[in-house]
Design a protein. Structure first.
Ligand code: FPP
Length: 255
């Protein structure tokens, strides 16, 4: 097991303000297939390289002091891919969770899952649930793996749960508001993402965190996900730190 924290904190801090690190970073890890195609390799090689990129980004987020990291690992729409590719993604997911669990746990990372995991192959589901259970009391980085996740499905799931609770008398209809609604989302209890990164140049939200990204800063980078590294993350944070976040209001100086 490796403890990675603080080894790199100093070298990372040169280009950014360490006092204004985004609390929550969400990432759409796109472009594994194109990365592989550009090299004349099968898509599976791109996904494998994507896992390596994810390892580096989790460590970097933790070293930077990011509190929440949410990554889009498999969407509700990804079931439309060929069965062979779904199989590869599922086995990579299981392998990633099993292999990384020791290091993540040793570094106090808490693993959570967002999405309907009932529909996953049982071995994948069990590996994820075990990782969540083992790390549930950890107080470090909260690492949300969005698996079989879709923003629309999440909203419907929340609405149905609310209806059930109202019918059962557990929730007063009058108390349904933005704050209470958020507790019914898979991300209940997590602050919304400050920074949403998408790789491979695509300018789409792709059904990711539809409710939660209402005021997130969106940074799209041209690199495909396997090329996204520590330096790329620092650059995205630097761009974020230069943005003027107004949340629908006006600049402080204009008040
Ligand atoms: C897509 O690239 C990315 C995904 C389908 C999700 C992210 C998957 C990984 C990073 C690898 C597996 C992750 C884990 C946690 C095991 P794409 O196939 O859409 O690329 P393309 O748009 O170039 O075809």
């Amino acid at each position: 097991m490796r403890i990675w924290k603080n080894n790199k904190k100093k070298e990372l801090s040169a280009d950014i303000d360490m006092n204004r690190i985004p609390t929550h970073i969400a990432i759409i890890m796109d472009g594994n297939g194109r990365w592989a195609a550009l090299r004349g390799m099968p898509r599976a090689v791109g996904h494998r390289a994507g896992v390596e990129a994810l390892r580096e980004i989790v460590r970097t987020c933790d070293a930077l002091g990011v509190k929440y990291l949410t990554v889009y690992a498999f969407s509700t729409e990804n079931w439309k891919r060929p069965q062979s590719e779904i199989g590869i993604l599922m086995s990579l997911l299981k392998e990633y969770v099993r292999k990384e669990l020791g290091d993540l746990h040793a570094n106090h990372v808490q693993i959570r899952v967002l999405g309907n995991i009932e529909q996953l192959p049982p071995d994948v589901r069990e590996a994820i649930l075990l990782a969540c259970e083992k790390t549930k009391d950890n107080t470090g980085l909260i690492f949300n793996l969005a698996v079989n996740y879709g923003g629309r499905a999440e909203l419907l799931h929340a609405v149905k749960s609310i209806v059930k609770d109202v019918q059962a008398g557990k929730l007063d209809e009058e108390k349904i508001n933005e704050e209470s609604f958020e507790n019914y989302l898979y991300t209940g209890g997590c602050p919304e993402p400050d920074l949403l990164i998408r790789t491979s140049g695509e300018m789409r939200i792709s059904n990711f965190l539809l409710w939660q990204v209402a005021y997130s800063e969106f940074v799209v980078v041209n690199e495909c996900w396997p090329d996204f590294n520590e330096k790329s993350l620092i650059e995205a944070v630097r761009i974020f730190q230069n943005r003027d976040r107004r949340f629908g209001g006006i600049k402080k100086v204009e008040e």
